[in-house]
Design a protein around this ligand. Structure first.
Ligand SMILES: NC(=O)c1ccc[n+]([C@@H]2O[C@H](COP(=O)([O-])OP(=O)(O)OC[C@H]3O[C@@H](n4cnc5c(N)ncnc54)[C@H](O)[C@@H]3O)[C@@H](O)[C@H]2O)c1
Ligand SMILES: O=C(O)C[C@H](O)C(=O)O
Length: 308
């Protein structure tokens, strides 16, 4: 199993590290545009192999896509992150050009690959990959919901005073400060609905904190987060590489599901060796349906800025 990660920055390196530590891939190739940067990150990570007990071979290259040939999975993290006070949508001007050219270079050398898009604004970048490549829709996956759901579970556990392992929950919708749809009505603490333990007001606070999860960290760190994003990507990569058939919320092209078409947005999907193997249609409350539609409007507005 060969995995390429483009962008050896904060998220790309974290993602490569988690993939290696989980020890399921034979090879990870890191690619960056900055001379020597991916090579350096790869060497540093390889020097953790004996300490962390993994056999995955990590290599780094500067812009040489021939070294990525025949990758089973390619992850795109290249592009600029936001600074405090910015929205993800403001990154479109620089990141669209980067994502478009990186996707084309990857597919030239790995025509059968599955692409995971991470660069922001992620739902629009995922749509851009659909519009500018001929990959089938099951092989283009946007990562956002897996991260947002992990943040939701963190906030739920905090509110419940429970261990995170006791909590389950999912966030669908657009990966943006206002577009996320945390499914509080479906969230559980060891099979018991969280509404049995938390007031409606507290649950609303959990949802609000979840939605600004990325912005909160950006304010604290001065740039956006990388540990949880890297771990979330590695979860998606592992689900595909190991044909796990796991459910993750991912950004995918909708063709009527959730009453939406011609848009990439986060919905629950089953991930296996073919990438997105199916979209899971879950019942939403009227409020969640309305929230999903307004989230889609936001994503469409950003998609409208693309020069297609
Ligand atoms: N979808 C998500 O959940 C999620 C989570 C975290 C970050 N992100 C996004 O991921 C992106 C990367 O974030 P980061 O913190 O790793 O940023 P970073 O600046 O640390 O790393 C980005 C890397 O991309 C490289 N790069 C730029 N143009 C390139 C090109 N054409 N080819 C190859 N490499 C190129 C840069 O040299 C840099 O090393 C940002 O757009 C950020 O908003 C998304
Ligand atoms: O917040 C960001 O800009 C990065 C990423 O989308 C995140 O949610 O951490």
């Amino acid at each position: 199993m060969k995995v390429t990660v483009v962008g050896a920055g904060a998220v790309g390196a974290s993602c490569a590290e988690y993939i290696a530590i989980k020890n399921f891939a034979s090879e990870v190739v890191l690619v960056d545009i900055k001379e020597g940067y991916a090579e350096g990150k790869a060497m540093d990570l390889m020097q953790t192999a004996s300490l962390n007990g993994f056999d995955t071979k990590i290599t780094g290259v500067t812009g040489d896509y021939s070294k990525t040939a025949d990758s089973d999975i390619c992850v795109i993290t290249s592009g600029i992150p936001r600074k405090p006070g910015m929205t993800r949508e403001e990154l479109i001007g620089i990141n669209a050009g980067i994502v478009k050219s990186v996707a084309a270079s990857l597919i030239e050398h790995s025509p059968n690959t599955i692409i995971i898009v991470v660069s922001n604004p992620m739902d629009t970048m995922t749509y851009l990959v659909h519009k500018t490549t001929n990959l089938p829709k099951n092989r283009i996956i946007g990562m956002g919901g897996a991260l947002d759901s992990a943040r939701f579970k963190y906030r739920l556990a905090e509110a419940l005073g429970a261990p995170i392992s006791d909590v389950d929950g999912m966030v669908i919708g657009g990966h943006s400060d206002t577009g996320m749809v945390p499914l509080t009505s479906h969230a559980t603490r060891n099979s018991v609905k969280v509404s049995e333990f938390l007031t409606e007001e507290r649950l609303e606070q959990v949802a609000a904190d979840t939605k600004v999860g990325g912005a909160t960290l950006t304010k604290l760190l001065g740039t956006s987060a990388w540990y949880a994003p890297g771990a979330a990507v590695s979860g998606l990569v592992q689900a595909i590489a190991c044909d796990q058939k796991k459910i993750y919320p991912c950004s995918t092209l909708l063709e009527g599901e959730y009453d939406l078409s011609d848009i990439c947005i986060g919905v629950p999907v089953i991930l296996g060796k073919d990438g997105i193997e199916s979209i899971v249609d879950i019942p939403l409350s009227e409020a969640e349906k309305a929230h999903m539609q307004s989230s889609a409007e936001g994503v469409r507005k950003t998609n409208g800025l693309l020069e297609l």
